[in-house]
Design a protein around this ligand. Structure first.
Ligand code: 0X9
Ligand code: ZN
Length: 319
């Protein structure tokens, strides 16, 4: 990991970076690509940090993809992969990558839990939640705080637990900012795809988390997930499993993707658990040498995911 005062010219995908450097990199790419990139700030964290990202729009008439990174603070590969993909969308010469960069609008927010991310650099590398104090403990699991079967299953009412759901649905300003942004832009920007990046376990998961009941487009999402996993595996042999949250990881409720899918009718919704493997003993500590390979294989997965979704009939009215 690079020190906090690292100049933005040293930003790369061979190291992990402080929030300040990621933000400086966002500033840099927006100033270099002002014709297609704009800053997006959806709100402020509990400690007052802006929740930042960019919108990439290369042509009018696209449907949009929302990519949420870093909702869990310690999963550092998530923001790194979000910035890797964003960089490729801007600079790749691969025709398939250029096609998804042009034919979709992208909202990419690498660090939606900026307080938690900073906390993992300054206090506790294994911190997961936001940081707002609740009695003797602090922080809520932002991926349990959304208003979709809030606090029903696989989440805790105890503020000291890692999966604390918060004092109420959308009680945390970070979840509120995402909620508000999607509510305001879902229709006008035609956000048809929601991708949430986590680690670890190498899973490509789709709704729902709180029930084993299959969603109406289960077969579509399974097929999309399988195509995306197969594409991902081709590059380095990395194995992913696909299925609903409930069936392949564990029951949970109040997740952002489930909220986006069921409350805002975003039909193509995935949560990726990136590297390492399910039996990893390093868990959330992924060696920095793996940032770039993780980026490449995840980009392959994105290409295949969008291709298959389009083949099945989503994004029909796209250009
Ligand atoms: O528990 C989580 O939030 C995710 N796993 S992680 O190890 N990255 O914390 C699983 C996703 C659950 N998601 C939803 N219910 N949407
Ligand atoms: Zn996570």
């Amino acid at each position: 990991m690079k020190p906090k005062d690292t100049p933005v010219s040293e930003f790369d995908w061979n190291h992990y970076f402080h929030l300040e450097t990621i933000n400086a990199w966002l500033d840099k790419i927006v100033s270099n690509h002002g014709n297609i990139l704009t800053h997006v700030t959806i709100g402020k964290s509990f400690e007052g940090r802006p929740i930042r990202g960019v919108k990439l729009s290369a042509q009018a008439g696209n449907t949009a993809i929302f990519v949420e990174g870093g909702i869990h603070a310690r999963e550092w590969i998530s923001p790194s992969t979000a910035t890797f993909i964003l960089d490729q969308l801007l600079h790749s010469n691969d025709p398939k990558v250029k096609a998804i960069a042009t034919n979709f609008d992208w909202y990419i927010l690498p660090v939606v839990n900026p307080d938690g991310y900073a906390y993992t650099f300054e206090h506790d590398r294994m911190w997961r939640k936001s940081v707002k104090p609740n009695g003797l403990c602090r922080g809520a699991d932002l991926n349990r705080n959304f208003n979709c079967h809030w606090n029903h299953t696989g989440s805790s009412p105890d503020p000291c637990r890692y999966d604390y759901a918060g004092s109420g649905a959308t009680s945390e300003s970070e979840a509120e900012a995402i909620t508000k942004f999607i509510e305001e832009n879902r229709i006008s920007s035609r956000i048809e795809t929601y991708i949430s990046l986590h680690s670890f376990s190498q899973l490509m998961m789709f709704p729902l988390g709180h029930t084993a009941r299959r969603v109406p487009n289960y077969d579509d999402l399974l097929s999309i997930g399988q195509k995306a996993s197969a594409a991902l595996k081709q590059r380095y042999g990395t194995k992913y499993e696909t299925g609903s949250i409930h069936e392949i990881i564990y029951p949970s409720s109040g997740g952002s993707m489930d909220w986006a899918y069921s409350q805002k009718s975003i039909p193509v919704a995935f949560t990726l658990e990136l590297r390492g493997p399910p039996n990893s003993t390093d868990m959330f500590i992924l060696p920095a040498e793996q940032i770039t390979p993780t980026g490449w294989e995840t980009l392959d997965a994105f290409v295949a995911l969008l291709e298959e979704a389009r083949n099945i009939g989503y994004y029909k009215d796209n250009k």
